[in-house]
Design a binder for this molecule. Structure first.
Ligand code: ATP
Ligand code: MG
Length: 149
């Protein structure tokens, strides 16, 4: 499967890219983020919310573990799995209670719960190149292969 690799040069560019990705998401899509502290996972999610037509005041779910966004279209559930390290802990987040089949999940620190994520997840890897530059790699199906940015 081909990967989409894009460099962004500011948070605004990351948000613009994420907005385009958000606008082609479908019910049941599960986004699994990979990337270090402060690389831009929450910033990307802010763009996703915009692309889904949701309010864009997305904040980090560091303390809440999950933030929910609801609007006219698909709902977004934004998880921070930084402290989640086994299936019991995962269960306490509500992961199994939220209706993925009719919404979108976006999961920070996906590596911590990788065994429990759906097979057809969309993998988004963010890498820090310099202060303002990020390399963003998107893997997850034909929808993104011919994506123009
Ligand atoms: N090209 C870029 N794309 C995204 N963010 C950028 C970029 N350049 C600089 N930044 C800055 O990097 C930081 C990213 O923070 P953000 O909270 O989105 O990261 P995170 O990966 O969610 O961190 P954490 O692991 O702590 O949750 C912000 O301060 C943002 O302004
Ligand atoms: Mg974050």
């Amino acid at each position: 499967m081909k990967k989409l690799v894009i460099l962004t040069h500011s948070p605004e560019e990351t948000i613009e890219l994420a907005k385009k990705i958000g606008s082609v998401l479908k019910a049941g899509d599960c986004i699994a983020y990979f990337g270090d502290l402060g690389v831009g996972k929450t910033t990307f999610t802010r763009g996703l919310a915009q692309g889904l037509g949701l309010p864009d005041e997305v904040s980090s779910p560091t303390f809440s573990i999950v933030n929910e966004y609801h609007g006219k279209g698909l709902s977004l559930y934004h998880f921070d799995m930084y402290r989640i390290c086994n299936e019991d802990a995962l269960e306490t987040t509500g992961f199994y209670d939220y209706p993925l089949d009719e919404s979108i999940f976006a999961i920070e620190w996906a590596e911590n719960v990788i065994d429990f994520l759906p097979e057809n997840k969309i993998k988004i890897t963010l890498e820090h190149i310099d202060d303002d530059t990020r390399r963003i790699t998107i893997e997850g199906g034909e929808r993104f292969e011919n994506f123009k940015y």
